[in-house]
Ligand binder design. Structure first.
Ligand SMILES: *Cc1c(COP(=O)(O)O)cnc(C)c1O
Length: 410
């Protein structure tokens, strides 16, 4: 397959994806954001930085992660084999710390050391980004402060313990809905007050320019590997890609490499919680409006007055009322189709993958898996043949064990 020039990747002006992105921040943050833009060019893009980062990915994270073909799960999803031909999982669950987030955390903390920063702050929802950042800080020798909503501190207790063991200070945030968006506000507040010494390590492809670009670049290792592995193992590129979307970092990390191949159908999956028609969901792209959250313009969940509303999902990592601006642009250009999965469907997908493949998925990840059958059916009917699907297996479910046991084995 030949890549075609894609308009999707063109930004109208620096820091924008179509009309989304930009910088909606206090004056005090403009200079540090500019410093980060310069660092992307003068540090991240250099051979020396890339070599050091790639070496960490190889020897510490355990990359490249495998591309696993799952014949039994494919058969369980489509017993007839008429729509789903071959199913491949990009195994980010096998990364050190159990999810894709370490790719970005190591990249950013390494960058911070090169920028002369001596302190890292981060926010976390599921606790996965907090663990990844605390891990990177321990490994590279920087102090780490992680802001986490009180609600999430409760439901992700094992990850709080991990962060503390790793030497990080976990600050519980009691404002607002006491989840990810409130933790993000506190982390930004800390950064504003300590900007000379501190790097703010954002965990998803969201936030003000240049964060969405920086995070997407670090996570693009997922798609770059998956493309080479598909060529070797499948002899071709897949017909369709699927990834779950919280802020959107595992999804954009997988998608970017493939966006210019127009014959590849690409699907992002959001959390529709208790149902898209209820007020208890996190389906920002499906049900949200255009607005500003955490420094960039994208889709957000808000009320008639434009006040940000609370998101709900059984998975803490998808429970966020915003989404990265590149996904908003990809939705608008229709290059990527965004679907959603309910809490119950995600739980069923965990059960199915566990029994038919021996893989216990993170609840976030299971949202992507729940749509494999639908995606295969729609792509197969368009193409008149069974299709090959590649899914981002963004993380493992150990952190969700309490929820999984209480809901699946009551
Ligand atoms: C955090 C997390 C997500 C959601 O974050 P994205 O930035 O959208 O990738 C998905 N899966 C797992 C396992 C996570 O930990």
């Amino acid at each position: 397959m030949q890549p075609h020039a894609s308009r999707v990747l063109e930004v109208d002006s620096p820091g924008y994806f179509g009309r989304f992105g930009g910088r909606f921040v206090a004056e005090t943050l403009i200079a540090p954001l500019d410093e980060l833009v310069l660092a992307m060019v003068n540090i991240v893009d250099t051979h020396a930085f890339q070599a050091e980062w790639r070496s960490l990915l190889l020897h510490y994270v355990g990359r490249p992660t495998p591309l696993t073909e799952t014949a039994r799960l494919a058969k369980a999803i489509d017993p007839s084999g008429k729509s789903l031909s071959r199913l491949f999982l990009k195994r980010e669950d096998l990364c050190h710390t159990g999810a894709h987030k370490i790719n970005n955390a190591l990249g950013q903390v390494l960058l911070a050391t090169k920028m002369g920063k001596t302190r890292i702050v981060a926010e976390t929802g599921a606790g996965q980004h907090g663990v990844a950042t605390a891990t990177a800080c321990a490994m590279l020798g920087l102090p780490c402060i992680v802001y986490m909503g009180e609600e999430d501190v409760g439901r992700q207790a094992p990850n709080v313990g991990r962060m503390k063991l790793l030497g990080a200070e976990v600050r519980s945030v009691t404002a607002g809905s006491r989840t990810l968006k409130d933790a993000m506000n506190e982390a930004i507040r800390d950064w504003v007050s300590n900007v000379a010494t501190t790097h703010y390590c954002i965990g998803s492809a969201a936030g003000p320019h240049p964060y969405p670009e920086l995070v997407a670049r670090f996570q693009s290792v997922i798609g770059d590997e998956a493309k080479l592995q598909s060529e070797t193992q499948l002899g071709n590129l897949p017909d369709a890609l699927i990834a779950c979307v919280g802020g959107g970092s595992n999804a954009i990390g997988l998608f970017r490499t493939f966006l210019s191949y127009e014959s590849i159908a690409i699907f992002g999956v959001e959390a529709s919680g208790q149902g898209i028609e209820t007020n208890h969901h996190a389906a920002t792209l499906t049900k949200g409006r255009i607005g500003v959250l955490h420094g960039s313009k994208s889709y957000v969940l808000c009320d008639e007055q434009g006040q940000i509303t609370e998101a709900h999902s059984i998975s803490a990592g998808l429970d966020y009322p915003g989404v990265g601006p590149e996904h908003a642009a990809l939705k608008e250009s229709k290059r990527v189709t965004y679907l959603s999965t309910t809490d119950d469907e995600a739980l069923a997908a965990v059960s199915q993958a566990a029994r038919s493949e021996g893989i216990i998925l993170a609840l976030e990840t299971a949202h992507a898996f729940a749509r494999i059958g639908d995606v295969a059916r729609s792509c197969a009917s368009e193409r008149g043949r069974a299709v090959n699907v590649l899914v981002s297996c963004s993380g493992r479910g150990d952190k969700d064990l309490t929820t999984l046991l209480s809901r699946l084995l009551p």
